[in-house]
Design a protein around this ligand. Sequence first.
Ligand SMILES: Nc1ncnc2c1ncn2[C@@H]1O[C@H](COP(=O)(O)OP(=O)(O)OP(=O)(O)O)[C@@H](O)[C@H]1O
Ligand SMILES: [Mg+2]
Length: 479
Amino acid sequence: MQNGTCETRPGGSCFASVEEVLDEETKQYVAEYSHGCMSPEQGGGLLQCKVGTMSPQIHGKSIICCDNENFCNRDLPLEFNPRTTTTEMPPVADTTTIYLTVICTVIFFIVAAFFAIARCIYYRRVKRKPGYLMNSLYNTTNGHLPIADLVEQSSGSGSGLPLLVQRTIAKQIQMVHSVGKGRYGEVWLAKWRDEKVAVKIFFTTEEASWFRETEIYQTVLMRNENILGFIAADIKGTGSWTQMLLITDYHELGSLHDYLQKRVLNPHMLKTLALSLASGVAHLHTEIFGTPGKPSIAHRDIKSKNILVKRNGQCAIADFGLAVKYTSESDEIQIAPNTRVGTRRYMAPEVLSETLDLKVFEGFKMADMYSVGLVFWEMARRCITTVRSAKNTTTCEDYALPYQDVVPSDPSFEDMYAVVCVKGVRPPIPQRWQDEDILVVLSKIMQECWHPSPAVRLTALRVKKTLVKLETDCTIKIV
Ligand SMILES: Nc1ncnc2c1ncn2[C@@H]1O[C@H](COP(=O)(O)OP(=O)(O)OP(=O)(O)O)[C@@H](O)[C@H]1O
Ligand SMILES: [Mg+2]
């Protein structure tokens, strides 16, 4: 070797190579180039040269060999891509650090979840407070909350709006016109902001009815789609003069009594009316155990005038001035301290004969079911069926009140007693009802409901289940 050059003999080879080496000072890898020759005894560096050509960048090294001319390794095209990493090894996390990180993350998520739940509960509570609802009543910037939303927000227990909110709504009501008068008060169509509501103004002598009705509507878990929606009650005045209001949802189709006089029903409409009535009564009659629980409630004045028809064709039961509550835990029947009795035409035989045991609550429910049977009869008469002899003609009976043809228009106790208890008369079942499934089922139900022996009568829940089954059977048939 002379002057930094080297020589080899035929069979040997020269090379140019580059290798990354660590610079101790800078802790960086730097490229170190070298040139040289290998003798034929070393195989001409065959092995190194082969490896260099097959995998030129292996481990930060590169080598190219030649043997074609003198100084052939001077300008060999060495390819070399330097590493980017420094010698500083990435810090290897020890197990303690990993554990700590995992524990901290878990704790963080638990605390975050706790705060999220607490926030949710807080806002729910705040929304139910009268203050929050009162703000909603006066809030004009975000628009007004509709009544349904107000009730929804406040009715955690399903018992209605707080009293302060009810009074405020009562003050903001604008009467529109009278829609009907009953024995205990007059019902008006009124407006609360843009919404229609019904306002019953009780006659001054009917304080007990107002009180009872208000109390029943505010019973926990009373709200149900087949019970008239209660909005507010208010009483004002001095000792000699009082005005008692009851504000409820308004149903433009009016009472079932009005509705059946003006319209006829197809079998589907009849089924909807009957099932929804049975559902409403079943909800009333059922005691719900637990906190909050609901007492069992008997209506005691079920009739077509006290049932409203909603736009979806379902019933909403109204008029609770006579209702009685019962809780099995205290085994106490809370009878309203009012003198009002039910409507004589719809009174069960045991009520007419005064044999109903006031100490047995089940008896009140069975008396309700007798009245439900009569209402089913009123509905069924208005359901059209095809006339057998003329296939394109339909028919139904005219609207009639139960016992209309056998008692006077405002029957006395004696009139009803003579017909229902002594003669054992019940409304007639027309032959044509055998031509339609729902009418066949409903005529059986009504006869079991108005059986003279209360113990034999169907319960509201049984009637509901039978009608629900009929609905599914029909669906299966259609499919
Ligand atoms: N929420 C309501 N929406 C629409 N109309 C109603 C509403 N409540 C009652 N009405 C109408 O007002 C009428 C009078 O009702 P009210 O309860 O005072 O008397 P009634 O049920 O006819 O007789 P009774 O005094 O024997 O119960 C009803 O027949 C019905 O047409
Ligand atoms: Mg009424």
